[in-house]
Every structure is written in structure tokens, then in C-alpha cells.
Design a protein around this ligand. Structure first.
Ligand SMILES: Cc1cc2nc3c(=O)[nH]c(=O)nc-3n(C[C@H](O)[C@H](O)[C@H](O)COP(=O)(O)OP(=O)(O)OC[C@H]3O[C@@H](n4cnc5c(N)ncnc54)[C@H](O)[C@@H]3O)c2cc1C
Length: 217
């Protein structure tokens, strides 16, 4: 039976780029940024936040590219990962549907929908009409995938019947400037509910872990 995932998309921060001299990401950006003004002599233990805030407010966002964030997304749909990989300045590694068997067959459902509601009538041969739910449809989908595999279809061929909602995992790395762009686009009111929810949660988290850079979003 297909496992239906509701509101289970999540993230795990894997890395925040820091300096080899022990600088945190903010201090690293300050170090790079002060190259411009030749003012490294002004660096103190607490100067980074003020300096980086100044850069951000003046729109000198290229300096924010000196540090990166790597994140893993779990229990999200293939539809979400397809939206993510449109961001060309980021790097990605995604669970493969060619090499990985859909062993668990997990599928993401919209949070406001009932997986068991028999809301759709389907026409079968011999005039048979059957009311099916989201769960029924995904179970049929799973049967189709598994039986194609049993009949000798390779994973890369059987995957053609997988739904857009199939669970995926993806690791993504981008610099802070690109993350700012992604947060703006993907937390906006017109973004898709799934990516919006996952990105809002990630943004809350990075605001706590990385001061200043994302505070205005
Ligand atoms: C609400 C919403 C609805 C969408 N609907 C659709 C849709 O219906 N169909 C569809 O195909 N896509 C759709 N998209 C995807 C969208 O068109 C972009 O592909 C995606 O958001 C990546 O945005 P981007 O190109 O700005 O960002 P990135 O690729 O992350 O690039 C970041 C920035 O770098 C610069 N940049 C990157 N590459 C280049 C380049 N080659 N030349 C010049 N500058 C560059 C640009 O300033 C760009 O904004 C949608 C996105 C959203 C948020």
C-alpha cells in the first residue's frame, strides 16, 4: 500500500561555510568585504554583524557570495525538487529514480486534502464505474510500477508511471546571495504550497543559525 505523506517535508542543514582561520560565515564575509575598503584593521570580535548589515542594506550582495549553505530536503515530492533545480546558480544531488527502487512508494498529498475521500469516478472497461480516492489511485500506481518491474522493465523504464508527488530526497548547495533570491521567490504568496512551507521553515532556521544575512526577509 502506498504511504501518503502529509506536511512531512523537512530540511537538515548540512554545512555553513566558514573560514579556515576560525572565522564564522559572517566574519568570513567581513574579511572578504573589507578587502574592498582595505579596512581589515577595523575588524573586532563584534564588527562582522554591523559590517555585513551595511553591505546588505546598500545592496552590495556580491560580497554575500563568499559563504555557502548546504541543505538536505527530505520527504518532499519530485514536483518540489523539479522546482528547486530550476535555480541555476545552485548545485544539486538528487535521489535517482533510475538507480533506486521505489521500495516504500511514499507520495506527498496536499495538506488540505483527504487521502481517503472517494472524490473521483473512473470509467473502467465494460462500463464499470468506480469511485476512487487519492489513496486508491496511488495504490494502483504502485501496483503498476511493481508489476512492470516484475515483468522485466528496468527501473529507468518503470519510473515513467511514477506520480509527480512521489517522495524525493535532494541535497542543495548555494551561496548566501542565491539563497536570498530563492527564499524571496519560494516563500512568496504565489509560490506552490509545498516548496513555500519547506522554505519558510528553512528560512526560520537559518535566521537563527546565520545572523544578519537573512534578517530582512
Ligand atoms: C511562483 C512561481 C511560478 C513559476 N511558474 C513557472 C512556469 O509556469 N513555468 C516555468 O518554466 N517556470 C516557472 N517558474 C520558475 C521560474 O521561471 C524560474 O525558472 C525559477 O524561479 C528560477 O528563477 P531565476 O531564474 O530567477 O533564478 P536562478 O536560476 O536561481 O538565478 C538567480 C538569478 O541569477 C541570474 N541569472 C541566472 N542565470 C542567468 C542567465 N542565464 N542569464 C542572466 N541572468 C541569469 C538572474 O538574475 C536570476 O534571477 C516559476 C517560479 C515561481 C516562483
Amino acid at each position: 500500500m502506498a504511504q501518503i505523506l502529509k506536511n512531512q517535508g523537512s530540511h537538515r542543514i548540512l554545512a555553513i561555510m566558514a573560514g579556515v582561520g576560525g572565522e564564522n560565515s559572517l566574519q568570513l564575509i567581513e574579511l572578504a568585504g573589507r578587502t574592498s575598503y582595505q579596512s581589515r584593521d577595523k575588524i573586532t570580535n563584534d564588527s562582522a554583524a554591523k559590517f555585513v548589515k551595511m553591505l546588505r542594506e546598500r545592496g552590495h550582495e556580491s560580497v554575500l557570495e563568499h559563504s555557502c549553505l548546504s541543505v538536505e530536503f527530505n520527504n518532499v515530492s519530485r514536483g518540489l525538487t523539479h522546482e528547486l533545480v530550476r535555480h541555476r546558480l545552485a548545485s544539486f544531488t538528487q535521489e535517482s529514480t533510475r538507480y533506486v527502487e521505489e521500495g516504500e512508494f511514499k507520495v506527498v498529498i496536499p495538506p488540505d486534502k483527504d487521502k481517503d475521500e472517494k472524490s473521483v469516478e473512473l470509467n473502467f472497461p465494460q462500463g464499470v464505474k468506480i469511485k476512487v480516492s487519492f489513496q486508491d489511485w496511488m495504490d494502483l500506481n504502485e501496483q503498476m510500477y511493481r508489476n512492470l518491474r516484475k515483468s522485466g522493465w528496468l527501473r529507468q523504464d518503470a519510473r515513467q508511471v511514477l506520480p509527480t508527488g512521489i517522495k524525493a530526497q535532494i541535497v542543495m548547495t548555494a551561496n548566501f546571495r542565491e539563497w536570498r533570491h530563492i527564499f524571496k521567490m519560494r516563500t512568496a504568496a504565489d509560490a506552490h504550497w509545498e516548496i513555500r512551507q519547506v522554505m519558510k521553515n528553512l528560512l526560520e532556521d537559518v535566521k537563527k543559525k546565520i545572523p544578519v544575512i537573512f534578517d530582512d526577509l
